[in-house]
Every structure is written in structure tokens, then in C-alpha cells.
Design a binder for this molecule. Sequence first.
Ligand code: GTP
Length: 422
Amino acid sequence: MSSSGGDRGGPSGDGHEELHAQPLRPLPVRFISPAALNLSRVYEQNRQRIQKKDGPKVPDPTTPQTKGKPRLLLMGQRRSGKSSISSVVFHKLPASETLFLESTARIQKDSLNSFMEFQVWDFPGQIDIFENPAYSFDMDAIFGEIGALIWVIDAQDDYLEAVARLNVTILHVQRSYPHINIEVFIHKVDGLSDDYKLDIQRDVTIRIQDELSDQGIENAPVNFHLTSIYNHSIFEAFSKVIQKLIPRLGQLEAMLTNLCRTCRFEKAYLFDVNTKIYIATDSTPEDMASYEICSDYVDVIIDFTEVYGSWPRSQEWKARLEGEPWAQPLGEQVGCEWAESGVVLADAQRPIMLREVDKFLALVAIMKEGSYEKMPQINMNVDVVVKGLIEFFEITKPRGGGIAGQGGQDGGVVSPGVPPAL
Ligand SMILES: Nc1nc2c(ncn2[C@@H]2O[C@H](COP(=O)(O)OP(=O)(O)OP(=O)(O)O)[C@@H](O)[C@H]2O)c(=O)[nH]1
């Protein structure tokens, strides 16, 4: 959809008056939609507020020094499962094949080009960067970029040493880089009873918090996740980690919550299709079963697309689809020209809807029973939200480098002016 430059209803009338008072000049005018203007202003205010509160340590995400690639560091003891996690989540390696992975000898750096660019660094378990004098590491090069440190603890092994090393690491990181989120993956919990898992989590949490308060550190950003590569928990945990790197996540969530309300969806997720990480969901309580269904569905669609290719159709085939009995142009037969898919779950009678947002993102929602009859309205609402999402990422795209994700707007009202270029 293209926008017309004449519709310029800015938030105040000032712009209009000035514009009319000026003699006409043949300057090139770049149309910025009111929503885009608003978002840029909100983003700038927010950035200034954070900077005032936290002082110079908070980097301006639009300046080139962050290079637009937040970094996730995977650290932990040898054989705790770091390379397996990275291979399963980011390279689609089947979990059972991680048995054959060799021990990592040097830092593995992976650059991932997804809805936002980020890097994953896999540290060899045998190297302790804080305690091993044989190696000298440039700490700024490792921890300088905003991101998350993921510490992997093998829950099936004796974890006391791992917790001790984690404590040393947190103390170092907290002193020099207090904004880095520390995410503790209590890993390999497959095969452990629910009670035992929670016992381990409680024990690890207490050991870390005690040590931190002994050292006078309160409210450190340390979070705990129970994970395994043999189920969806590792994707769920990574989703939470990545979501913290999206500064205006609340706006995305608001869009999805509005969509669920207007379309009576049970749950909606915005998925990164390559990794099956969800980068936002609506505000209803977490539901692992819904996430699993939607994530499996994304898998099916991706596999299907990989086997059968995507949209270009031959003229002949197109003519057949547009002929009798439908007798309608293809564009009018489908809700979205890029990609869409729907399925009804036979047991629960709940349709699932998938709509491509761009080549990285897909909107997946679980609808309520009977929603299938209201598909035209649902499609319209989904269209609006998809355009809003595209606009969100368009506006928040790093300018000259920086972390994407600033901006935001209400899910219901989205201004036009976003070319569906993706
Ligand atoms: N049961 C179970 N085993 C796992 C899980 N994740 C990884 N493993 C196994 O743990 C072993 C070690 O995994 P790696 O990924 O090589 O461990 P690492 O931390 O990268 O080890 P280093 O490279 O030596 O630092 C492999 O045999 C994996 O199959 C899990 O979630 N559950």
C-alpha cells in the first residue's frame, strides 16, 4: 500500500501553519507518517530518560559503537551443553546428534542475521577467563556490548563448582558491566522429576543470592531457567533472553494483546521463524502447550515451504486457480498475498493461523472454537497488525548501526504508508 504525501495530520497544528506561511520552495519533501513521527519522538525521549537515570554507561543504541549486534555469551563448565544449545537453537541440529559434538577448544563466534542481528559466542568450558593467568582477555571486547551472559549449569552433574565459578563471574561482570543480564540455564533437566528440578533451581538460586548479598550486591539482574534441548524449554528460555534485548517490547505485546481481544484469539505469538524463538506474545498468562503447538506449526510450514518452494506460480497454474469454480483473481481469494496458512486442530477444534510478517517473522495465533466462520474480519484485523509490525521494525531499524526495537503504537490503529517490501 502506498501513502499519499498530502495527509500530514501532525500532533500539533504548528507544522501546518508554518508550512502555509512559507513561500513554496521546490525542496524534496520526505513523507513521514504521524505514527512514525510519534514513535521517533517517544524513542528519543526514552533514550534521554535512560541516559539521565543511568549516566554515561548506557550506550546510545543509535551510535555506531554498539554495531547493532547485541551479543549472547554462552559460558559454563565443560560438557555442560553450551555447543549443543547453540547448535540446536540456531542451526537446527537434531538434539540426538549433539552426542557427537566435540569439545570446544576456542571461542566460537556465530553471527546471526535474523529480525535483528546478533552474535552468539560459545566459550570453551575449560577456559576460566577470570581466573586463568595463562590467558589474557580483553574484557571490554567480550563484555562491552549490551547483551546477555548465559551461564549453563549441568543439572545432571555435581553443580557446586559450576555455581562457584558463576559467582566469581557475576561479581566481575556486576562491577564493570552492571547492565548485562545474567541468565542461568539449569540445563539437561530432561529425565528429572518436577520436584527435583525445582529443588535444584531453589538451591542454585539461594547459593548465588547469598554470595551476592555477602559481597554487597543487591538486585543483580540474574534470572533462572530450567532447560533441555530435548523439549521446547530451551527455545522458551531463549525467547525470554532475546525479548529483553528488544527495548520497546511492551509496544509489540500491546499490539498482540489488542489483536487477541478484537479477534478473540486465545494466544498470539510473533515468531522468529528460523530459530522458533518468539519475540513477543500477548499479555495472557504463559502457556507452554500453546507455544509448543505454534512452534511445531511454524516448523511444518517452514519444511513445507522448503520442499515445495514459496510463492511464484506458473501462468498456467495461476489461470487454473483463478478459473472456475472460483472465478476470482488470486489476490482476492487469499487474505494475504505473501503467505498465510491455517489449520484446525481436530481434537480441540481450535484453528491455528499463521501469517508471514516478513522473511524473518511470522504471526501465529490460536483461535477459539468457531472463529473460522469469521475469517474475513479476522483477516482484516490481522492485516492491520501485520502492517503495524512491519512499520514497527521499519522505524526501529538501526540507523547506521544500533539495536533494533524502539518505537511502538497501539495494535488497533496503524497508519498507512508502509510499503510491503519484505
Ligand atoms: N540429557 C541431555 N544431554 C544434553 C543436553 N544438552 C547437551 N547434552 C549433552 O551434553 C554433552 C556435552 O555437550 P556439549 O554441547 O558438547 O557441551 P559444551 O558445554 O559445549 O562442552 P565444551 O565444549 O567442552 O565446553 C553432549 O553429549 C550433549 O548431547 C540436554 O539438554 N539434555
